[in-house]
Design a protein around this ligand. Structure first.
Ligand code: FAD
Length: 290
């Protein structure tokens, strides 16, 4: 199919883009990597009056480290994030997740900001941002708003971002160097959107879990913290008893969607399998690092 008619403006400055967003609101759409937007236009799932292209705003394309916070500019391409030494050293969870995001051609165009702005329930990066306690930075003609990831993702493709706001960067605290993280997902083919997935970050001492954060994606309508399961893991040994307990509580934390990729029951089962895999993987890192 062909896209409906729309106007196009190449944004030449941040101020100009914010003025246009203020003017058009719901009827304007930011064009970043275009990897999700263009297919939705071609399928006529979206009908904006104007596309506002931010690809020439070089100030949005940077990855920096300052006072233990990594700032990832909205226009950083997935492949740039994957190659960044700052990300590799300070955000290994994200470095592990990037190869799971689509295929290489899509990673070369798709942007970190586009993924967090869109909030696809099966996307890897929103789950990582939530697991790492990141903050989403939004800018409009009204000023800047900083929103914790926990308050940002509201529902299915629904976020706290208002139509006149541009996501300019995501700020993420560096991972505790003693923390153990693991990123796992299941998809039909490598590069496809996840059917079920999990970002795990925690700390352990002699295989006793001290802290644990579990964020599930793919099965849920939004990246979801499994708070009851996390509470069980803390101060537990990773043994058969704990495995059994979390298998029960996960059903209370998660509410999987039934869709073309599978039933809610199957997805809950997959998330249980992935939880075991992720924690096994993370604790193996503790054994090999000592
Ligand atoms: P765009 O397509 O340009 O924009 C997406 C939406 O976000 C639009 O509504 C746009 O207006 C808005 N937007 C973009 N940037 C901003 C901003 N800075 N501020 C405010 N609003 C903004 N993604 C995954 O995570 N995992 C996958 O496995 C995966 N598989 C894919 C497979 C295929 C075949 C395709 C085509 C895409 C896939 N994607 C996947 C999507 C890809 O990662 C996109 O890059 C990402 O979803 C959106 O980034 P983008 O820069 O392309 O955004």
């Amino acid at each position: 199919m062909k896209a409906p008619k729309f106007s196009y403006t190449r944004g030449e400055s941040l101020d100009q883009v914010l003025t246009l967003l203020n003017e058009y609101g719901e009827e304007g759409r930011i064009l970043a990597g275009g990897q999700s937007l263009m297919p939705t236009l071609n399928m006529r799932l979206s009908n904006p009056k104007i596309l506002i292209d931010i690809n020439h705003l070089s100030e949005l394309n940077s990855i920096s480290l300052k006072a233990d916070i990594v700032s990832i500019g909205a226009l950083s391409r997935h492949s740039e994030v994957g190659r960044s030494p700052i990300v590799e050293t300070h955000l290994p969870l994200i470095a592990d997740a990037i190869p799971h995001v689509a295929h290489i051609a899509i990673r070369n165009r798709g942007t970190f900001g586009g993924s967090v702005a869109l909030a696809d329930p099966a996307a890897e990066l929103p789950a990582c941002v939530l697991a790492l306690g990141g903050t989403v930075v939004l800018k409009s003609v009204r000023g800047i708003r900083k929103i914790l990831a926990e308050d940002y993702f509201l529902g299915l493709y629904e976020t706290e971002r208002k139509p006149d706001e541009l996501l300019i960067e995501v700020q993420i605290p560096v991972q505790d160097p003693t923390a153990l993280s693991a990123f796992v997902e299941l998809s039909q083919r490598k590069g496809d959107y996840a059917i079920a997935g999990l970002a795990f970050i925690g700390t352990s001492k002699k295989q006793l879990i001290e802290t644990a954060k579990l964020v599930y994606f793919g099965s849920e309508i939004k990246p979801t913290l499994a708070k009851k399961t996390m509470a069980i893991l803390i101060n537990s040994r990773w043994d058969d008893n704990t495995r059994e307990l979390i298998s029960e509580t996960l059903g209370q934390d998660l509410d999987p969607m039934t869709n073309l990729q599978g039933s809610a029951k199957m997805k809950l089962h997959l998330q249980k399998v992935l939880t075991n895999r992720a924690i096994d993987l993370a604790l193996k890192k503790e054994k090999t690092s000592r």
